[in-house]
Design a binder for this molecule. Sequence first.
Ligand SMILES: [Zn+2]
Length: 139
Amino acid sequence: MGMNDAFEPTLATAALRGAACRCPACGEGPLFRKFLKVKDRCDACGEALHHHRADDMPAYIVMSIVGHIVIGLLLWVETSFAPSLWIHIAMWVPLTIGLSLALLPPVKGSIVGVQWSLRMHGFGDRAVRAPAERLQRAA
Ligand SMILES: [Zn+2]
């Protein structure tokens, strides 16, 4: 039982805090200690954060988002301007890499926030309410 139990955030709040790369429990402490390395515990509230199992899911989500943006733009530029191949390469390769690197931390953070909120994996150790109850509150 921590000090945040009385004001436990909804699933959406926990996901948004994670997307902001903040602790899903308090929204204050940073979530990552390196680019994509989640801290073991929150600096601000002490919440255990090492239970997350985001695994490959952030990469799949980022690929879906970046793919839709880059392929859509690429097709529009090609049909509108038909630039030469080297211009395509010069535009889309850096955009794809840059967007992917920019989106990975917020996407991973939101997944950690969702896992925390749903008490998945070891996050359930602090369970006082059932996950189904929390999903209803989030709706
Ligand atoms: Zn915290």
